[in-house]
Ligand binder design. Sequence first.
Ligand SMILES: [Zn+2]
Length: 596
Amino acid sequence: MNGRIPEDIIESLRQQADIVEIVAGYVTLKKQGQNYTGLCPFHQEKTPSFVVSPAKQIFHCFGCGKGGNVFTFLMEQEGLAFQEAAEKLALRYGIALPEKETTPAQKEQESRIKRLRQINQWAMELYEQALKSKIGTPGREYFSRRGLSSETIGQFHLGYAPDQWDFLTKELTAKGVSEQELLLLGLSVTSSRGTLVDKFRGRVMFPILDERDQVIGFGGRIIGEGQPKYLNSQETPLFHKGKGLYGLSLAKNAIRQQDQVIIMEGYMDVIAARQQGVANAVASLGTSLTVEQVKLLTRYTYRTLICYDGDSAGEAATLRGLDILDQQGCRVGVMRIPEGKDPDDFLKIKGKEAFIQLAEKAFSLFEYKFQLNMEKFDKEEMAGKVAIIQASLPELAKIKSPVARQGYITMMADTLHFPEPAIKDEVRRYFTGGQKKDKTAPARSPELKSQSSEELAQGIIIRCFLRDVRRQEAIEEAGGASLFGNPQARSLYQTLSALIMAGYVTLKEEDLVALIDRQEERQWLTGILLQESPPGDEERVFQDSLLTLRRQKVERQIKDKMAKLAAAERSGDNSAAKEIMIALSGLNIEKQKLKP
Ligand SMILES: [Zn+2]
């Protein structure tokens, strides 16, 4: 987990740094019982679900799930690497760090990267010059057809790759760039005759800059007909697909100021938007957003608008992007460009004001998915209406605010001309079918996600285990890791068991968070550490929870067998079906025995 800082220094940093003090530098905290609460800095919220525990030296957000210790907090909040977070803490608490030593290999790597950046910079300048010169006429004509001003062309460093075999290769070679470097950066390719030729020919060029204004790669669009229409840099030491965002270097200040970003599909969308005065737009380079891209964005804002093409490919990409944004705790809106137009056309015809109005009228995640369901089924027919409602329920269930949920139910009733009580019935059935409410559920820390009895039981088991590691025997006897239905809980239990095997006799909660490397595991752990077990005898609560997990495990096995049975019956494999049925009846007997 840690690079070059010795373990004992990390340890003393961890002991001296106070998480409440560090977090308070970013979040207004209020004391509540033993803990502090505040508005989560990692997602947008109105009521505090972010908890800091001074006793355990951990934080956890019950809204978005982020959690960890003082190092993790700084890393996430400031976008730092572990090393950098440690340096920051060392400075603050006056702890001396050993001099940073760079090995010769690291030094060589650094200068190699610097050199590659320089070559990309040269390439960008050569393409820009070509666009302005006589050979650049086709490129200039293209951009003027698209309505771009020379100011815009300059801002985005747009260029032109002449329709010649080795324009760039020749120029760069003259500057002393080697064949190997040209190939590595994907600027040149080897021809069938074995000579080096330009990768981009007869294309207008869009340099891709990172947020520090360094050229990391290029996109080239063919002028006129030809394939492929868009050609991007391959993976290089500087360019990694799915990591950068086009236009971020120009847009980042506007994104921060407006606390909002518009995510678009292509280069031209972003460029056209900026020329029309919409400065907070970026493009995802490729059709769907990645987690890395969203993390990059959340350094600037959590308020996101998706504005993709109105066609079906754009629609599918929008859906994937929405879920990723939602998972990362962003507030999302969807702009739908009318009549299947792309944003570039819309801006050109209707202008900035109309575009901003569209942004203000953006659909929420639920509204957007509801609209898509409306288009999928026949809303005039009764069966269609029911199908639309049912398809929308999983999305509705994700909405945490009861007021918002009620609002959407009314909206659905109005739109579909369907009685509201009937929709509510469907909703209720959906909720109770999924997870039963546990009556013995204790009063818990502020929590937005409602938890099933299984989730609660998994937390209780891990907490009891931590309090007394001798309970491992009982857990193993009941089924061990296979008891945990939640993958995070399961792998956490395995990690803990491994730690005990390695000789840890006690597992102190605050030390533990630092020992868990995997983010998901750690976030799950900080969550359960801040919850309280039901009142009453701890051993009894522990045993009850074990029973719950054993029952859930049998349920999972039954479900799995049922699916296998259906498959065997479909394929007409009678002997397999018979075997599965025997196993099923055994499982059902076991389930009966485990009744509470
Ligand atoms: Zn949060």
